[in-house]
Design a protein. Structure first.
Length: 313
């Protein structure tokens, strides 16, 4: 009973318990669902959401939302095969160029929000719309196939039997957790999200921190785009669209307040796993997309109600 009470007071723990419950029930009811190979595959899919949601978490902690992450993933997945130079046999130059473009998009989002005073949700929505139109002009409706050896290695390699995407997610998780909980900038993000006026009066720079948060969001979205490209071996218009809402949902399911000022990436991690596991479970039982949306909405609403009640105490 005490454990249950503790879980309801700790949204990340509650999400983790939900993940364990779904995995146990699905493994008992469905043959092969709990097999190591299947669970490894689910974690590999969750890694993409988790990496995108890393940047999304930072932006939401400050009270914003980045609606451009799906478009940034698509930009990265389409442009990287086109800009990888033939003289680079490793493919690292193409990856660096693609990450620079994604990071630059994030920087422009931050600049618009910081200097032009455009609300982040509007700025990133406008950027996403612009990028989608640009991609249609550049790529049309055709897919591009990747031949970059480094990208293929990232998407297909399994060192020690572990997909490289999961290992990349582990590195990202460590970096983001240290940034939020062990570095001054994390405290500044939380302060600006909780009370922007008080934070400004305390000497916290809104401009600088807004730039940093959105730039990192662009970088992590670009990193996820490279991983998606390596896993699919091709990029096409719309490849990043599914990761926009799922990245926000993972953050919210992990207990981070959508209004900013409260939360942790430690909750986003099980949030991403819960989304992927639930999707797989619905797919296995042949549920319709409508039921999938209902389940996602119910999970998010339930955890929002729990976290909201705890915030009022």
């Amino acid at each position: 009973m005490n454990m249950i009470r503790s879980a309801f007071r700790n949204p990340p723990l509650l999400t983790l318990l939900l993940v364990a419950l779904v995995w146990i029930v699905a493994s008992v009811m469905l043959r092969g669902f709990g097999a190591y190979g299947h669970l490894r595959y689910l974690l590999e899919l969750a890694a993409v959401i988790g990496i995108v949601a890393a940047g999304q978490t930072l932006v939401i902690l400050m009270g914003g939302i980045d609606l451009s992450v799906g478009a940034v993933i698509t930009v990265t997945a389409i442009l990287l095969p086109l800009i990888s130079p033939a003289w680079d046999p490793t493919g690292l130059a193409g990856i660096a160029a693609a990450l620079a473009i994604a990071t630059g998009i994030g920087l422009m989002n931050g600049a618009g929000a910081a200097y032009l005073r455009v609300p982040p949700i509007i700025m990133t929505l406008a950027m996403a719309t612009f990028l989608q139109g640009l991609l249609v002009i550049v790529a049309g409706g055709s897919a591009v196939t990747v031949s970059n050896p480094a990208v293929i290695l990232l998407g297909q390699a399994r060192p020690f039997g572990i997909p490289s995407g999961i290992l990349l997610w582990l590195v990202v998780a460590i970096v983001v957790l240290l940034l939020v909980h062990r570095m001054p900038i994390g405290a500044r993000f939380l302060a600006l999200g909780a009370n922007p006026l008080a934070a400004r009066l305390s000497g916290v720079s809104v401009t600088r921190n807004t730039l940093v948060a959105h730039t990192l969001s662009g970088f992590f979205a670009g990193l996820a785009g490279i991983l998606v490209l390596g896993m699919n071996r091709q990029g096409y218009v719309g490849i990043g669209d599914p990761y926009l809402l799922t990245s926000i949902a993972a953050v919210v399911l992990g207990g981070t307040s959508i209004l900013g000022g409260r939360g942790t990436y430690a909750g986003t991690i099980p949030g991403a796993i819960l989304l992927v596991t639930t999707t797989a479970l619905i797919t296995v039982v042949n549920a319709s997309p409508g039921w999938r949306s209902i389940m996602f909405g119910t999970l998010i609403l339930a955890l929002l109600l729990v976290s909201g009640r705890e915030a009022r105490r």
